[in-house]
Write a protein that binds this ligand. Structure first.
Ligand code: DX5
Ligand code: ZN
Length: 218
């Protein structure tokens, strides 16, 4: 069976108890930390910036998956590398020279990813798929946690999987937004490798148990 990864989204954590929530993820069966950076321009919300990221990476002991929902991501690539990001994901819609941006991310020693808004077709990545370590298919409109899952996502996963296989590439498929125990199995069966889950994990009574239950499904 292919490896799959569960990435709890810190956006849904308790920011007054961040160290506690990070420790919970460290000690849980979760695989990655998913960290959402929002600038209030690319998306209609502001999350947090470098000082908070620095505090997170200081305590986090797993892969740091950083999802940039910002304009001009090129300006900050070096800084994100210095702060301990493992994977850096930029939005297709925010990059004029996407190929160049991906190379710059890799030059800083990080895995390079591309995120697609719900309206952006996966075939736009066809010509550079082999240069992309991971693609985030947004299954909600980016900007907020706790939104409901867009069903069209399954079709996009299948289309993207075909593009990856045809190119003989090893790009991973990540799904972000509205992921729960109700859609996890179908997402993986459609071809997803990584599931991000925020509110489903952190709003549950026992987040560590919810992570375990999700990993059992996976
Ligand atoms: C949305 C963010 C997501 C968000 C997911 O813009 O990219 O990572 O935290 O949250 P849930 O799982 O609550 O939809
Ligand atoms: Zn995200």
């Amino acid at each position: 069976m292919k490896p799959t990864y569960l990435a709890p989204s810190i956006l849904a954590a308790n920011f007054a108890n961040l160290e506690r929530d990070i420790k919970m993820i460290n000690d849980s069966e979760a695989d990655w930390f998913h960290i959402d950076i929002m600038d209030g321009i690319f998306v209609p919300n502001i999350s947090f910036g470098f000082p908070v990221l620095k505090s997170i990476t200081k305590h986090a002991k797993k892969t740091i998956d950083v999802h940039l929902m910002i304009v001009n991501p090129d300006r900050y690539i070096k800084e994100f590398a210095l702060l301990g990001s493992t994977n850096l994901i930029v939005h297709y819609e925010a990059c004029t020279h996407l190929h160049r941006t991906l190379q710059a991310i890799k030059a800083e020693g990080m895995k390079a990813g591309v995120a697609l808004n719900p309206h952006t077709p996966v075939n736009l990545l066809k010509d550079i798929i082999a240069d992309i370590d991971q693609v985030i298919i947004m299954s909600v409109n980016p900007g907020f946690g706790g939104q409901s899952f867009i069903e069209h996502t399954y079709k996009k996963i299948r289309e993207l999987k075909e593009i990856i296989l045809n190119a003989n590439a090893s790009t991973l498929i990540e799904i972000d937004g509205g992921v729960t125990d109700q859609n996890a199995e179908k997402l993986l069966a459609s071809g997803a490798d990584i599931l991000v889950a925020g509110s489903f994990i952190f709003n549950s009574k026992d987040p560590s148990h919810t992570i375990k239950a999700m990993k059992n499904i996976m």
